[in-house]
Design a protein around this ligand. Structure first.
Ligand code: PMV
Length: 327
């Protein structure tokens, strides 16, 4: 009745942006990501017959009621699979600044999916686990895998064909992704609200959708060929297109701060100096920079020189979700 799992965050190189079904987290478009070694969540789930409701302890503190309710709703799905009503205590430790656009929900729900199903004696294959994690948070379906993963959009209304598949393991390609953290605080517009508003009202949303399939094909080919410039170019362009959609929404919004743009300029200047560095940005102000291991010191120095950068987190390709021996 107890199990512990660890899952790593992933950063999309072709973004998930927009839902066609809000309850099941079915995406408007396919996406592709890199799982990162340095950012992860460890979650222990203990089902206890004596409990009258689920408990959620996050980083040693009782979680906010809204988060507890999300975890509890997710566990309801797992309980339905196992045909039980037993409540659980969920203890999570996040090695990811929560809700700062660093995809903490991805590692969180991937770890919760793996630990809760194992605790109830269910053995799901990766595809089923990915589908289940997706219902917790869309991007979580990609964190089942290490290295590069692609979330297939699917077409069915029940979501059975919407899950992630592995593209290449962490060992396939030694890369670095440097996360330049501008703000660790929670974001003003959640990814859920940002997607909803953009899909419903952005004049640029059709343009976003029109380019995704080509971006996915280019990214897949670049990964297979280990072509950093090709992958970086498509990833940066894809992120900028995603963020452009927010400016065309009603009311318009942006996840960027002034220093986000300064960081993008620093990355462009690195390239002008011949350094292969490419940026991506999620639903927050932070900038993540892809580069080769040999260029890491140069990239770190350039990003650290930008005012307002609180810290740099250096990541390499990381592993997929794993069950841990119970402590
Ligand atoms: O899964 P969510 O609701 O955390 O949405 C993630 C959205 C982006 O980070 C902006 C893009 C992505 O594909 O991860």
């Amino acid at each position: 009745m107890r199990a512990t799992a660890r899952a790593h965050a992933n950063i999309a190189l072709v973004k998930y942006w927009g839902k066609r079904d809000e309850a099941l987290h079915l995406p408007m478009n396919g996406s592709l990501s890199l799982t990162l070694d340095a950012l992860y969540t460890t979650t222990k789930v203990t089902f206890e017959p004596a409990l009258s409701e689920d408990r959620f302890v996050l980083d040693g503190q009782p979680a906010r009621e809204a988060d507890r309710a999300k975890v509890s709703a997710f566990l309801d799905r797992v309980r339905a699979l196992a045909n039980t009503r037993v409540r659980a205590t969920v203890e999570s430790a996040n090695h990811v600044p929560t809700a700062a656009g660093l995809a903490s929900s991805a590692s969180a729900f991937a770890a919760l999916a793996a630990a809760s199903t194992r605790a109830l004696g269910l053995s799901l294959d990766d595809e089923a686990l990915s589908r289940l994690a997706r219902v917790g948070s869309g991007s979580a379906c990609r964190s089942i895998y290490g290295g590069f993963a692609e979330w297939r959009r699917g077409a069915r209304a029940d979501g059975l064909d919407s899950f992630a598949v592995p593209l290449a393991s962490a060992e396939h390609w030694d890369l670095r992704m440097v996360v330049a953290v501008l703000e660790a605080g929670p974001k003003a517009v959640s990814s859920r609200e940002g997607m909803r508003r953009t899909v419903a009202s952005s004049v640029f949303y059709p343009g976003w959708l029109a380019g995704v399939e080509a971006d996915l094909a280019d990214a897949r080919a670049a990964i297979a060929a280990r072509d950093l410039d090709a992958l970086g170019r498509v990833a940066e362009a894809n992120a900028l297109k995603m963020h452009a959609t927010t400016l065309g929404a009603t009311p318009p919004f942006t996840y960027w701060r002034g220093q986000t743009l300064v960081l993008l300029q620093a990355v462009a200047e690195l390239r002008a100096r011949g350094v292969g560095a490419y940026a991506t940005i999620d639903a927050g102000p932070n900038v993540k920079v892809l580069c080769a291991p040999a260029d890491l010191p140069t990239v770190q120095a350039a990003l650290a020189a930008v005012s307002g950068v609180e810290r740099l987190i250096v990541c390499a390709p990381g592993p997929g979700v794993t069950l841990l021996e119970d402590a």
